[in-house]
Structures are given as C-alpha cells and as structure tokens.
Design a protein around this ligand. Structure first.
Ligand code: ARG
Length: 752
C-alpha cells in the first residue's frame, strides 16, 4: 500500500502538468526568482489564545478549501506556488486529486471577500516521497496554482529561509490561521483570521517536554526537520484547521517562514507545544519542485551571521510548567471555594475555574416561579473568595443550555466584574479533559455545592474514595450495557465515603461536588446526581463532558491533562466489558473492587435479633433480607422476636458491646460476568457446611417477587471445575441439606 503511494507521488512530482504553458502565458512579466519581493506586508497595519488579525497584515496567508469549506491553511511563496502541510492532502496513504482543491487568497474573514481577494484552482499537489504520517516528519506540500495569483496589498508572498538560516531560540514569531480556537471549538463567524505570538523552542527544550510521559501515549520523538513553538505553560497555540499555515519570524524588516503548522497533542495544553515542519531544511526540495517556474519563491540571505547567533542549543534548560490550578497551599485549604450571595436566599457554593469565572449549579439562580429567566438584580449579587478583602461583583451569568431539564447539566458560570490575581488563594480548581479517566481508588472529597447544608460533623468535606468505573456504571446503568473504557468519558462516578455517624440521615436533597486528587492537584470531577437519593454509593455526574462548554464560555478555564494514569492491567483490558443481570432496581451481586472506605459486600445486612444477637443477612431485593432461621428464632420458640436490620455498614462499624454474634455466613459465588450469586446458607453451628439456596427459589420468588435469580442457563458462567470457587451444581445439588431461611420484610425505622 505505501509503495503504491510512493510511486504515485513520484509520478505527480515529475510529470508535466496539463495547462502548464497556459499558466506561464498568463503570468506577469518574468522576473529573476531572487527579485521577487517577499515577506513585506503593507505598512499599516486562532489559533488558541490569539486575536483578530488586522487586514493585510499577513498577505501570504491562504485558505485551502474543498467543496467550498476551509480545510487547511497555506502560504503564498511565489505567484503560482503555495506551501502547506502534506497531511492536508494525504488520506489513508493516498494523495487527493488536485482538482478537488481551491485556494482562497487575500482574505481576512471568510464570510465575505474583500478587495483583492480571489480564488485559484490547484493544478498540482507535490508531497515529499518520504512523507508517510505527521509524527514521522516531512509534513509539507507545494501546490501549484492553475494560474498565478494577483499580487497586491492583500496578496504577497512570504520569504523562505535558506537551509543555512538559523532562527534564534526564544524568538517571538507568529502563527496565523482560521483553525479552532480551543479543542473542539470552531472559530465563530465572521471567521476573522487569527494571529498568535509563539516563541521558538529549541530542540532540547521541546524534546524534554514531549518526553514526559502522560496518559494515552502522548510522548513522541522530535525528528530533524521539525520545530516547536509555543510555551511550556500552553494556552497559546495553533489548533485543528490551522495546519499547513505559516509560522513566520521577522528579521531585518522581512518576514521569513520558519515553520508549517503540523500537529500537537490537544491544543494549548501545558507542556505540549505545537509542532511545525521546519522550512529551512527543505530548501533543496522546494527549489527542485519549482524549477522552471518564474518567478519562483525567494530565499533572501539571512541578515545576520548565523554562526554567532544566539541559537546555540547547548545549555538550553528543560523548563517544565507545573499546573496552575488545583493546588492547595496547605492541606485542608480549598482556595477555589466560592460562595455566591444572592439577596434573599442562602449562599450558593461553587468553584473558581479561572481568573474571572465561577462555576456553580444553575439551580441556585433559576427562579422556580419565573422559570423564564434568572433573577435580574444581579448588581446586588456578591461572590466571596478565600483571602480576598472584599466580595467580588458579578458581571454576567451564563446558564448551561440544558440546565433546567437535565440534572447532569445543572451548571452556570458567573463572570466576575474584575479578574482576580491568581496567587496561592484564590486559585482555580483544575477541570478534566473529556478523555480523563479517574482511577479507581483515587482519593476524593465531597464538598459543598449549591445551596447544600454543611454535613453533620466537624468536616464538611467528606473523605471519599472512587470505586471502579465498571462497578459504578453497571450499578446505575443497564443490563448488558458496555462499560466505557479509559479514554471515553464515563457516564457516572461513584465515590465511597464514610457516612457521618448520625445514622439514618442521608443528605438526601443536598448537592455535593466531587473533588479528586491526582499528584497533589485537585480536579473538579463531578456533581452529585440527586436522583440517586439515599442509595449508596451515591452517583455523580462526571464533569468531563462539560469541559468544552466551560472553556468555550470562559475562554481560559484550567483544563489539565490527567496527572496519574497508572491504571495497570485493568485499564489495558481490551475486551469490552458488559454489565451483569439487572433487576428492576439495578444490578444485583455487584461488588466494588476492594476499597478502603465503603462497603465491600454491599448486600450484607447486620440482623440484630431481640437486641442482643447479631447475625448476617443478605439483601435480596430493596425491601427484603434473607437470614438463617436459626439466627432469627430461638431453639424451640416459634414467636418472631424484635428484629432490626442495618444495611450498608457490614464490617465497617464496631458492634455495640455485649452483643452475641451468631455466625450464619452466606456462601457467595462469583460468576464469569463478575456478579456474585448467593449459593448457600451456613448450617447451624457450622462455618463450612452450607445448605443450597437453589431449592428455595420458588418460595423466595413467591414471597419477594422482585428477587433476581440467575436463569439456569446463566450457570455456564460458573468457573471451571478444579478452580477454588463453587462447584457447578452446588446451588441445586440433590441431597444437599435443606436450607432453613427466613425472609425479613423491612420497614424503615429512620428517615432521611
Ligand atoms: N493537525 C492540525 C490540523 O490539521 C494542526 C494541529 C496543531 N496542533 C497544535 N496543538 N499545535 O489542522
């Protein structure tokens, strides 16, 4: 396949192109190639983090279009030649036909053509033979126009550097384009050309940044012929749609094209500067392609002696930028915590996400009576931030478009009238990119969110630990649903936390935010889903999916790459996982991965009999617990004593003094699909002999109605014989002792 490609490229590069003679007949008076004036915009005068370019300031910038839509940038290097990136034209190893492309010249904004703007058809696309993919370099292309461009104030060529040309490290250069202004955010109408100042990074500095490991293999080897420009801290960069466009540096009153926008990891991310094709090393290749074309591109001599220049790469240090968000100056300080004070209602808790923006639930500001709009007295709103002498004024409120009907989008952004200086406090919290994967067992906190009431107890930020994504997804998801693998935004996050001792009280209607820590940096990972009520674990809506909206509105929120990605064999599992059988109430038999906090065996119940005996019961449906008869009834007695059942705390709270523990352990077996099945109940006085539950199926299902039994066909999932789990026929083995079990109908004692 790739050999075919190479052949094709060679043919394109050497074959005479039809219409050649016609082109030269149309071209203006021939000049010596070196006489072509280049790199001088008319005197007068995104890209991520850029700004609108002035008309005519980058007269060599062109837009390369396919069926009338902008695809890539390019630069005019001679009346009939445009320089761009190979990857714009090579799809699946095949060069696209030149006839599909057109070149728009002399435009600043793409919605209306200004003076001097015109279109040219493309006669040929030339790509180096050794181009295969962007990471392997040689990402450049030359386009020969079907007829020469009309040079004028809005259309002029840029100068090209000779092979010996050296650009100073640290030089301030400019990239231009109509590409995305953030990851996944297109340049809005009227598509005004964006410009951004980028610093040239030396090879070592750039390699050092890209050698730092990260999630999803974002390291790569910088190759000769590539150059980097940007900042270790990110935030200013080129992005999708800028490819092929120029990176230009001014020297001696002329603009030289140092690079061609090629690729990057994300856009504007910390320690991931943009990678460009260096133009100078391709002097010979460019000259070869344009032979015979007059005037050809201009390669003016460099105005200063490169040998003595400040470009020597020797002791360039490796400057790695640290995250600016999510750092607490001391443990238990939360410098992003914001309280929005709206006259007449309780304070609303939110989080500072940038210098000027606070994220909070939209429900704080939606007027339940007049749902058409938020309250209007915004002048009287105040925002309290840590370590600020005075409250901040609010300039703007932006509600999420789905805020009023979708719980997961109950979000609003408030803009402060004046940005705060970021110091140790206030300081914004980090936000996750859509592909962020919070590892199971991450250390998290549940903080106040919205009009939440402080939790009982001394600590209003409950400690929590993230449970496995698989478990959370299946518990709240659908039977047979496939579980999003790391790298896909999750549907739900489940933190396990220790409930405050005031048992029975669940902060039912109180909102919480989920903050998770990675390498000492805090991320706002999710917001609580109120619909899960008092069910444990509570489910949180992940914030991942909202990253693009938040960056769109704020233009500068701190989305940070994942800092901890050692997900071990679990995350590398390629096989798609599906969820086990569900009852009407969710998955049964699902057990979280071992967690320090929370319940290891979520169906275990403490059955307290007559106030002094404790044995183990099993939750088989939301209202029913199964317990061994000998645990509930005293020998010889037939009256049922007073029984209390405690759920969701098995094993994690000490039993009251003086209680006699009657052991009646259940036997649970793990199916292949990783759900647990109750197989037996211990016989009286024994820890090793169990009575099978199988024969009781009819009685249990008649009584309970909603208990979930694995169909007999579910049993092929039993582990193979000889494994140390249950034998395949245990559950219904004939002649096994009969189980004596009790079903306890639950009635709530304490309400939340
Ligand atoms: N490959 C992109 C394009 O086709 C350019 C990406 C540049 N990315 C960056 N982070 N600098 O438009």
């Amino acid at each position: 396949m790739s050999q075919h490609l190479l052949l094709l490229l060679v043919i394109l590069a050497i074959s005479p192109i039809p219409g050649d003679s016609q082109d030269s007949a149309l071209s203006p008076t021939p000049e010596e190639p070196e006489d072509l004036d280049c790199g001088r915009p008319e005197p007068s005068a995104r890209i991520v983090g850029g700004s609108d370019a002035q008309p005519g300031s980058w007269p060599w910038q062109v837009s390369l279009q396919q069926s009338g839509g902008h695809i890539c940038g390019g630069s005019l290097v001679a009346p009939s030649w445009v320089l761009s990136a190979a990857h714009c034209f090579v799809k699946n190893g095949t060069l696209e036909p030149a006839t599909e492309w057109s070149v728009l010249l002399g435009v600043r904004s793409q919605d209306g053509l200004l003076d001097g703007a015109h279109v040219r058809a493309v006669a040929a696309i030339l790509v180096p033979d050794n181009y295969s993919s962007v990471e392997l370099g040689a990402d450049l292309a030359l386009l020969r126009l079907a007829s020469p461009a009309q040079l004028g104030p809005a259309v002029r060529p840029v100068c090209l550097p000779r092979a010996s040309h050296r650009f100073a490290h640290g030089a301030a250069c400019w990239a231009t384009g109509w590409g995305d202004i953030q990851e996944a955010e297109h340049l809005p109408l009227p598509w005004v050309l964006q410009e951004v100042e980028l610093r040239l990074l030396g090879e070592d500095a750039c390699q050092c940044l890209y050698s730092r490991p990260g999630p999803f293999n974002l390291t790569f080897q910088l190759l000769p012929g590539m150059l980097c420009a940007g900042y270790p801290g990110g935030r200013r960069d080129t992005c999708q749609g800028d490819s092929g466009g120029p990176l230009v540096c001014e020297e001696g009153g002329r603009w030289f094209q140092a690079g061609i926008t090629s690729f990057g990891f994300g856009c504007g991310r910390r320690n991931r500067p943009g990678v460009f094709t260096a133009v100078a090393p391709y002097e010979a290749w460019i000259r070869e392609q344009v032979i015979g074309s007059e005037p050809g591109p201009a390669f003016p001599t460099q105005s200063w002696e490169p040998q003595s220049g400040p470009w020597e790469p020797r002791d360039e240090n490796c400057t790695i930028a640290l995250p600016e968000c999510g750092k607490a100056p001391r443990p238990e300080t939360w410098p992003w915590e914001a309280q929005v004070m709206v006259p007449g209602s309780r304070p609303c808790h939110g989080a500072l996400v940038s210098e000027s923006w606070v994220l909070a639930p939209a429900s704080c500001f939606l007027d339940p009576i007049n749902s058409d709009g938020p309250p209007r007295d915004r002048d009287n709103w105040r925002v309290l931030l840590p370590s600020r002498p005075r409250a901040e004024l609010v300039a703007r409120l932006v509600l999420h478009e789905n805020a009023s009907w979708d719980d997961a989008s109950d979000l609003a952004l408030l803009q402060l009238r004046a940005p705060v200086n970021l110091s140790t406090a206030p300081r914004p919290v980090c936000l996750p990119h859509p592909e962020h994967y919070f590892l199971p067992r991450s250390r998290c906190r549940l903080a106040l969110w919205g009009r939440g009431e402080p939790a009982p107890g001394p600590n209003s930020r409950l400690e929590a630990e993230l449970l496995s994504g698989w478990w959370c997804h299946c518990l709240y998801g659908r039977q047979g649903a496939s579980v999003p693998p790391p790298g896909d935004a999750p549907h739900a996050l489940c933190p396990a936390y220790q409930e405050e001792e005031e048992a029975g009280r669940c902060w039912n209607y109180s909102h919480r935010s989920l903050l998770c820590q990675e390498e000492g940096t805090w991320f706002l990972a999710g917001i609580s889903d109120l619909s899960s009520g008092c069910l444990r674990p509570r489910v949180f809506h992940p914030l991942q999916t909202h990253g693009p909206w938040i960056s769109h509105v704020t233009g500068g929120a701190y989305l940070e790459d994942q800092l901890n990605w050692d997900w071990g064999p679990e995350g590398e599992e390629t096989e798609t996982r599906t969820c086990p059988p569900h009852t009407e109430h969710g998955a049964c038999g699902l057990r979280p991965e071992p967690a320090v906090m929370g319940v290891l065996w979520p169906w275990l119940a403490e059955v307290h009999v007559a106030g002094d005996r404790v044995c183990t019961g099993i939750l088989v449906a939301p209202g029913w617990v199964l317990a061994a008869t000998h645990c509930v009834l005293r020998p010889g007695s037939t009256t049922v004593p007073y029984v209390e059942v405690y759920l969701g705390r098995a094993g994690d709270s000490p039993l009251p003094q003086g209680h006699q523990v009657t052991s009646a352990p259940p036997l649970l077996c793990l199916t292949k699909r990783r759900s647990w099945v109750l197989t037996g109940m211990a016989l009286p006085g024994s820890r090793e002999l169990f009575a099978a539950i199988g024969p009781e199926e009819a009685w249990i299902s008649q009584t309970v109605g909603e208990a979930h039994f694995l169909p007999p066909s579910g049993y092929p999932h039993w582990p193979p014989e000889g494994s140390d789990l249950c034998p395949p026929d245990m559950a219904s083995a004939p002649g096994s002792p009969q189980a004596a079990v009790f079903l306890l109908l639950l009635t709530p004692l304490m309400q939340g």
